[in-house]
Ligand binder design. Sequence first.
Ligand code: HGY
Ligand code: MN
Ligand code: MN
Length: 412
Amino acid sequence: MSSTAATTVMERCARLGAISEEPDRLTRRFASPAMQQANALVSAWMAEAGLAVRFDPIGNLIGRYEADQPDAKTLLLGSHLDTVRDAGRYDGPLGVLLALACVAELAAQGRRLPFAIEVLAFADEEGLRYHSTYLGSAALAGSFDRANLALADDQGITMAEAIRAFGGDPDQLEECRRDPGELLGYCEVHIEQGPLLEACDLPVGVVQAIAGQSRISVGFSGVAGHAGTVPMALRQDALCAAAEFVLAVEAHGRQIAGLVATVGQLQVAPSASNVIPGLTTLSLDVRHPVDQWRLAACAMLHELAQQIATARGCTLSWLPRQSTPAVPCTPQLTDLLAQAVQAQGYRLQEINSGAGHDAVALAGLTAVAMLFVRCQGGISHNPAESVTTEDVAVALATLSTFVGLLASEVAK
Ligand code: HGY
Ligand code: MN
Ligand code: MN
């Protein structure tokens, strides 16, 4: 089963990878027309496999496969369909399509389990459009922050407007929330986005914990001026302040073991070659497996930013956008996943995830487990992201074995 199905998963990742907001690279943001197209394609594949398909008010796509009995609990599988800018085609979609392939196989065999399975295609994990993240999974977990609805994107469209335009309903987000009593747990398959499995020469690994992350919007406001007439000593150059801060972020990240700190976005205004920049806005992303180290690093960087701004006659704006704690995966579920890996004949490699995943939001609702798939060079958030069909086949066989082990547990 797995190799043919794995080939289908790869073909479908390629087809989804061609659905983008931009002509020459893969970018698919929350509640965008490209997400509509992707949802239409995946919901057709879900229906073809015999799943009952629906959308919830925030735009999550959900395919349900009923149990062998009414009132049975539900196992959630899946991942996200949104992407970063200039993305690879596997971060998110691989987990959705692999989960669908697993359920499609059960349906093709006419097998019903002592639990229902829902394949979830989450609406927003990356947070590209609104700089928050886990919007879809947080709504399903009941932890969605309604203040997000007022956030505006780069075009000034609020999240509430975007949800309505997408066909969702921001006033009904409560309906997305799932009852934990109805759930067995959530299992997500995702590319590793790191080098460990390749270094261990293993196709898959089992995630033990997911690092916490903080996202902050930082701004330096100085004085725009004439590049030809303002002496260097009299400048309040917002870009020089930002540049000094970016290097301070890198230096701090290098100093603290386990810490990663990144400035991924930087806008300059008014952005003219003969004008001293008056305003810079930048994104700060800080992560660590231990929350107090992450929070201490954010506090330290905030202080550093203020010192730099003061020394350069600039004012600082510091707007925390997100702070999600580190999340351990659930041992009971993870143990079954570990058994499923070993049943494929591979030794068990435990991994901590530096990347965030929808499992972080779901951990507030139900038991969670994650299976990582080797990706070449650990490259991700990059169009060069790649996996092999053979490794996808191992991941698919592992997920199917995991579902079978869980069914045996539930049937006891
Ligand atoms: O940024 C992350 O860790 C994830 O890809 N959203
Ligand atoms: Mn992802
Ligand atoms: Mn990602």
